[in-house]
Design a protein around this ligand. Structure first.
Ligand SMILES: [Zn+2]
Length: 144
């Protein structure tokens, strides 16, 4: 666990380690930036796949907006998971792609366009076994 992850409010934790929940302001995703070539990755890396450097990697905040790279409308899932939903890959301006579910838009291909602008939204998706609120992120069509 990194210092910033443990700084999340008690009773509230991110669903994934690269989601940050600051005391002030909106939650955001973080990337790991290669000190050798500037490539950015979503998860912890042992080496850069672009320049093979083994570091240092610096944590950087990622944009809360991106564009729709690709999507799939999921009609069958595990029990308890409402369908249909939109599974998407979102391109962020930092050169990172993130897998996310799209919300606030009908799961209809006619309503979705490749490269359409999206923005991140967050909310409590569930409680963990210790009673903490688990905060998840989704993307939705950009509001402006
Ligand atoms: Zn690199």
């Amino acid at each position: 666990m990194t210092a910033s992850a443990s700084a999340a409010r008690p009773g509230r934790r991110p669903i994934l380690p690269f989601l940050r929940l600051p005391e002030q302001g909106e939650p955001y995703l973080v990337g790991q930036k290669c000190g050798g070539c500037g490539a950015v990755y979503l998860n912890q890396r042992v080496a850069c796949s672009k320049c093979q450097a083994t570091g240092p990697f610096t944590e950087i905040p990622l944009s809360r907006t991106g564009t729709l790279h690709v999507f799939s409308i999921v009609h069958q899932s595990m029990p308890g998971v409402p369908t249909p939903y939109i599974a998407a890959i979102v391109d962020l301006p930092e050169g990172v792609s993130v897998r996310a579910t799209l919300v606030d838009v009908e799961p209809d291909p006619a309503k979705l366009k490749f490269d359409m602008p999206l923005e991140m939204t967050t909310g409590v998706s569930q409680k963990d076994k210790d009673g903490n609120d688990v905060v998840a992120f989704w993307f939705r069509p950009a509001q402006r």
